[in-house]
Write a protein that binds this ligand. Structure first.
Ligand code: PMV
Length: 333
């Protein structure tokens, strides 16, 4: 197979992975739970390099031209490629092009979608199928643990067996089970100052981290049950507590990490008020200032109408639970 193209989605963590037990192998300290998105995706086309012996790594611009990828992106892709090559024992030089449908490096998990897309395209080229259980492990080789969840659609737990941290991610409900909407308030589309990798490294320096780890198994079960029963009140309560707690760990790490901006807090407060007013809506925030506003289909337009005029939001992205990666017949080059 010469040219392979895939799209792979971002995901939003509902129970956050924060802190690693093994940074070399990107193993988490706790099981996490996420919803795979539909619109926020990375595209990746990969083909054998025909001119020369080194890899060519390209980024597709908004105008449609292919330019060399930025140095930091190139480094990440090269590191991941190295691991994929070792795994598959396939050393052919490659031409790779990639692009995201959403802001890159702004806390909307572009590393999860980007690295999962690369791993999937590489694995398909090497003859693996989309259903291979290896894909979840291959996706996180670059160090982005959340990529392990992006290879699967719907509601996903990583690791699938919470006590066994090396296990792959597993779906526990498809997107159709509860097609929740996610209105993403992009507060700042720039690159975040402190990487999530650094956040994972510092997590254990928070005096509250050990207490967090003891409470997480019960919280994860509560949320899983809430999703399986489509119980929005329990979902909202659990997801908001969880987001605040992850950021509290970040803010009390040494040195402290502050991802939130004033408008982040403003949106969180507005969402709580909307829920008190009777709408099925709640919010969560990954490692950045942007807010994911989760709501049911019946309330999505009322929620957007109430929030769209908020000053300080650069862009609203409309997303919802999605089915996961796809192989594409259309290529980037
Ligand atoms: O996958 P990483 O290394 O980018 O870390 C993800 C960290 C959070 O987004 C904050 C939580 C998560 O589980 O996705």
């Amino acid at each position: 197979m010469n040219k392979v193209s895939v799209s792979s989605p971002s995901n939003i963590a509902l129970i956050k992975y924060w802190g690693m037990s093994d940074a070399q192998r990107t193993l988490p300290n706790n099981a996490s739970l996420s919803m795979t998105l539909n619109q926020c995706v990375s595209y990746c086309t990969l083909a054998r390099q025909t001119s020369g012996t080194s890899d060519e790594i390209l980024w597709k611009t908004a105008s449609g031209s292919l330019i060399p990828a930025q140095a930091s992106m190139r480094r990440g892709i090269e590191q991941h490629l190295q691991q994929l090559r070792q795994h598959f024992d396939d050393w052919q030089p490659l031409r790779i092009a990639t692009v995201n449908s959403f802001p890159t490096g702004a806390g909307i998990a572009s590393s999860a979608s980007g690295f999962s897309a690369l791993a999937l395209a590489f694995a398909l080229r090497c003859g693996q199928s989309f259903n291979s259980p290896d894909l979840s492990q291959l996706a996180r080789l670059s160090g982005s643990g959340s990529a392990a969840r992006s290879v699967i659609g719907g509601f996903v737990q990583w690791p699938g067996h919470p006590g066994q941290l090396h296990c792959p991610a597993e779906q526990f409900a498809p997107a159709q089970h509860w097609p929740l909407h996610d209105l993403i308030a992009v507060v700042d589309a720039g690159h975040k100052n402190i990487s999530s990798r650094e956040g994972h490294r510092l997590a254990a320096s928070s005096p509250f981290y050990a207490a967090r780890l003891t409470q997480l198994p019960e919280r994860l079960n509560t949320l899983r049950e809430a999703i399986l029963n489509r119980d929005f009140d329990t979902l909202a309560d659990t997801v908001e507590r969880e987001a605040v707690e992850m950021h509290m760990i970040a803010m009390t790490s040494k040195p402290a990490i502050f991802y939130w901006q004033p408008v982040t807090l403003e949106i969180l407060a507005r969402v709580r008020q909307l829920r008190r007013d009777g709408l099925q809506v709640c919010s969560t925030v990954d490692a950045g200032p942007n807010v994911h506003v989760l709501c049911t289909l019946q309330d999505v337009s009322a929620v957007y109408t109430a929030l769209r005029k908020l000053p300080g939001v650069e862009q609203w992205i409309f997303d919802q639970a999605g089915d996961g990666p796809r192989q594409l017949a259309r290529h980037l080059f």
